[in-house]
Design a protein around this ligand. Structure first.
Ligand code: TNX
Length: 533
């Protein structure tokens, strides 16, 4: 039972007894700052039809801030960058289930929260009812390998409501992921209210890919998401993707378009021009509002796929993005192409173009019905051909790398193994056909330090982030289907120490999650490589 937690804790020692948690038992805390965590835990357990606990008094579950552990050995300290700039990196916790009660000690509030999440897993996977849950006695010591563990969610191609995004945040928290990178703008839609440029949402947010409904987050809705995430120790990193991918900007403000705007948002060409009147005012206004709304230290500037853009203009544009973000007191993250802007490029670069089989060729675009004019294809090919320069340039400029290899953590890759018969229609429809599919197993069998010769040390790595792009995902149901079970694997890879993950053991733990997903009505892919029964 103890082995059922995902991601796997650093060390679990079973102690051959059991403890029965009963309705009416209480959760107490050693520090007032932990009260809200206790209350949330009690609330969630009751919502999951588990014993209704109470808070305060002298409890059978005790929470403490404490980092003086008298253990023979402790997990190594985390690597990478904390998305909320927590320092030191303290998610280290101990969870003890003893015959007379449960204790969670963590080096910080966040660490105690991670410990409570492990306890949630133990309760979820144990037999019991609304009155009691029987837990085996054990001791867990745990801490993550990487401080940045995230998911990038494309709300531009398909808009997801605040309630839907909250459910994604719940999944992140459930698997100890701590970053929700929101891809708020793209050619097909602008999703964040910007008071100084209202057409961005009035016009640019009105549609989405194809005839899907548009939508956007008002300032107060966005703040609601930030707060909801924060309570679950998830940091929202907002992305304003410029200078490419901006057809929605041009539709909203044609005067920002340096030439005739291309009316087809699926043609990935056409960029903001740093020399065009109004562009820099626009950039400053937008980033200032985003910074104002985002308590987190990082703003993602996009900067990917500037197809067809003049190099010199691109370099100057990215330098401006970084400068403005810096002036606003924030730090810039950019997709790997940003490294081509050289010195002044963001301090955090997100590596994504990782395809052992090579980036798609013009012929492959055509083979998959993506019908692009030859000059556009040539521009795309030219940009993709430079992918190999990016990591060396980023590292030479002192950047740290968010590792998001397309081959392993792009969750818009089709599933390459069959699922349940009734899911075959969805499996065939979902994910970019341009990509080779992956199995659930492939999503965990890789390592940031072995994928590229340039990445040689943990000091190069900020963390791991998955991405789900929504060109083919038309609904929240589709999104759920593509997120699980592979998202759990991303969490496993980002949390556990380097080394192979035993598939047989992992598949068992994964199978057990399905009870939880079913209860949550989370639509997951029942991959045939896992025995879900
Ligand atoms: C590349 S990844 C993109 C997105 C697409 C995605 C599809 C990145 C920075 N840009 O615009 O949606 O491929 O997987």
């Amino acid at each position: 039972m103890m082995s059922l937690i995902i991601p796997a804790p650093w060390r679990v020692a079973a102690t051959n007894g059991h403890f029965t948690l009963r309705a009416g038992d209480t959760v107490e805390w050693g520090t007032e700052s932990l009260a809200a965590l206790a209350e949330e835990f009690v609330y969630e357990l009751a919502a999951a039809n588990r014993p209704q606990l109470a808070v305060g008094g002298s409890g059978s579950i005790r929470l403490e801030i404490n980092d003086q552990f008298d253990a023979v050995s402790l997990p190594p300290g985390a690597n990478g960058i904390s998305p909320r700039d927590a320092r030191p990196l303290t998610e280290l916790y101990r969870l003890t289930v003893a015959p007379n009660g449960i204790m969670i000690q963590g080096a910080s509030r966040e660490a105690v929260y991670r410990g409570l999440t492990s306890l949630r897993h133990l309760v979820e996977h144990s037999d019991g009812d609304g009155d009691t849950v029987d837990l085996p006695t054990l001791e867990i010591f745990d801490a993550p390998r990487y401080a940045w563990r995230g998911l990038s969610l494309d709300v531009a191609r398909t808009f997801f409501t605040v309630e839907e995004v909250k459910r994604v945040i719940d999944q992140l928290a459930q698997y100890k992921l701590n970053v929700l990178h929101l891809h708020l703008t793209d050619a097909q839609g602008w999703r964040l209210q910007i008071d100084s440029w209202p057409n961005l949402t009035r016009i640019g947010g009105a549609g989405a890919t194809g005839d899907r409904p548009g939508g956007f987050y008002t300032h107060s809705q966005f703040s609601e998401l930030v707060h909801y995430a924060e309570q679950r120790f998830v940091t929202i990193v907002p992305e304003i993707d410029l200078p490419g991918h901006c057809t929605a900007v041009f539709a909203s403000y044609p005067e920002l378009c340096p030439s005739q705007p291309d009316p087809n948002p699926d043609l990935p060409i056409g960029s903001l021009d740093p020399d065009h009147p109004g562009t820099m005012t626009f950039l400053r206004d937008v980033l200032a509002e985003v910074a104002e709304l985002s308590p987190g230290p990082y703003i993602h500037i996009g900067a990917d796929e500037p197809f067809g853009m003049d190099d010199d203009k691109y370099v100057r544009f990215v330098a401006q993005q970084c400068q403005i973000v810096g002036d606003l007191g924030k730090k810039a993250v950019g997709w790997q192409e940003a490294a081509r802007a050289g010195a002044g490029a963001p301090a955090v670069v997100q590596y994504w173009m990782h395809t052992p089989e090579g980036m798609p060729t013009p012929g492959e675009f055509a083979d998959h019905g993506i019908d692009l004019p030859p000059d556009v294809l040539a521009e795309i090919a030219a940009s993709l051909a430079r992918a190999g320069e990016d990591l060396p340039a980023a590292l030479a400029a002192g950047a740290r790398i968010i590792v998001s290899p397309l081959a392993f953590v792009y969750l818009d890759r089709p599933y390459s193994e069959p699922g349940a018969p009734e899911q075959e229609e969805a499996r065939a429809r979902l994910g970019l056909a341009l990509y080779p599919g992956t199995t659930v197993q492939e999503a965990i069998q890789w390592d940031p330090l072995t994928i590229r010769p340039e990445l040689t040390s943990e000091d190069d790595v900020a963390g791991i982030e998955a991405a789900v792009w929504c060109e083919t995902l038309a609904s929240f149901d589709d999104l759920q289907f593509m997120l699980q079970p592979r998202l759990a694997g991303v969490a496993e890879r980002a949390w556990v120490q380097p080394g192979p993950i035993d598939w047989t053991d992992y598949a068992k733990r994964l199978a057990r999650q399905s009870r939880w997903w079913r209860r949550e009505r989370w639509n997951f892919f029942r991959a045939s490589s896992v025995d879900w029964s």
